[in-house]
Design a protein around this ligand. Sequence first.
Ligand SMILES: Cc1cc2nc3c(=O)[nH]c(=O)nc-3n(C[C@H](O)[C@H](O)[C@H](O)COP(=O)(O)OP(=O)(O)OC[C@H]3O[C@@H](n4cnc5c(N)ncnc54)[C@H](O)[C@@H]3O)c2cc1C
Length: 442
Amino acid sequence: MKEKEIIIIGCGMSGLGAAHQLRENGLESKIFDKQPYFGGQTASFTKDGWTFDIGPHISFSKDDTIKALLADGVDGKFLEIKAGVNNYWQGHWIKHPAQVNLHGLPSDLVTTIIIEFIEASKKNTDKSKIKTFKEWLYASFGETFAETFPMKYGIKFHTVHADKMSIEWLGPRLYQPKMKEIVYGAVSPQSPDVHYISDFRYPEEGGYVSFLQKFKQKSDISLNSKVININPEDKKVTFEDGKVVNYEHLISSMPLPVIIPMIKGVPDNVLKASQELTCSNCVLVNIGIDRADILDAVWTYFYDEDIIFTRLNFPHVQSPNNVPEGCGSIQAEIYFSDKYKPLEQKPEEFVDRTIADLRKCGLIKENDKILYKETRHIEYANVIFDLDTKKNTKIVHDYLDEKDIEYCGRYGEWAYIWTDQSFRSGMNAGKKVLRKLEKNNK
Ligand SMILES: Cc1cc2nc3c(=O)[nH]c(=O)nc-3n(C[C@H](O)[C@H](O)[C@H](O)COP(=O)(O)OP(=O)(O)OC[C@H]3O[C@@H](n4cnc5c(N)ncnc54)[C@H](O)[C@@H]3O)c2cc1C
């Protein structure tokens, strides 16, 4: 190894994005990742003909540059699929989003939701003054819809009550309908599609990670390389196996609560802020069965407390090559968080309950043969935006800026961002390094 280098920690979307940006400008970098596989959160695993990603992963990017890079990654061999999304609530299958698809739900509930939506619209609350997710939901939809759907789902997904969450993460995630759309969806079973994801791309073979194969070939990646210590004064990174690497510039996509305690001399207030940042973790239960006609949807949200999983996706719908011929697959997500809902069981202990709940909602039938079962644990899943997240993230980011460490990606920015945004975030970190090098060379 050369004496001083550009080091990137993490070979997920953002680490690869940073390396890509540097390479495009004629600079080499070296990527290290603690895992034995590449791709980070976008890795895919195939065993006995069954392919599962780490949680549902599809590319719905509108970013033409990223779309072209991913398409090139699979030499144009990807599928383009319409995003069929639905919801399950108390035995009803409801097209997504529920607020404009109330048709078929109990009449009393639909009537109350419509009346409260009108009342909430009349109040015309100034949303710029709203602080919590709960207030935002009440102002947008009225109490009954908020409490029956998004707040129930929110507890299962974010693990925390809506009154403890801020709203800076929302973006296009919750559709805000016009009155006419709500009424139309209540009286008609055929509502127009309004979900923010209309269609998506997915590789024909090998799962989502196939999109990244070319980046893997072009990058200098060391796997099984866990960083345990960073000394920003001497510009040294120490690995678990004792190896020490000098760097000139350092880009990290590690989660903020992971990187901060590693930094030599970190002040107590920064350490405290990093430890108050909270993320959900997720148990994935992957199931394979002997038929493919499971459900006419790519993914489904579950609201009921007595159903263990929060969301299901069906990898064989993303690509038929994700399963042995004629089979179907289901991936269930069950969320936890250290702060609000600690995981107290081993992932494999969730398999039987998941299968029982799949039977309860009719997705696995009596005669179906279960051909495949496995579990996986996602250590860092979705950032939880509680009321102190913004303040604590700023403290941590300011400190990293002071120590000249670039941060990127979903867990470096500490943001609710998708694969394309994570790749861009890595590219931006690469650009910052380029600007510094340019300045130093003047
Ligand atoms: C359940 C779920 C579903 C999602 N679905 C979609 C989707 O459908 N479409 C979409 O576009 N996006 C989706 N996303 C978001 C997407 O996964 C992320 O935006 C993206 O993968 C984040 O990439 P990253 O490089 O920022 O982070 P990561 O992929 O997490 O990369 C960080 C890397 O750092 C490494 N690392 C951590 N600590 C150390 C250490 N001490 N030493 C060395 N290496 C270390 C990790 O091993 C990891 O590889 C989803 C996310 C989740 C959780």
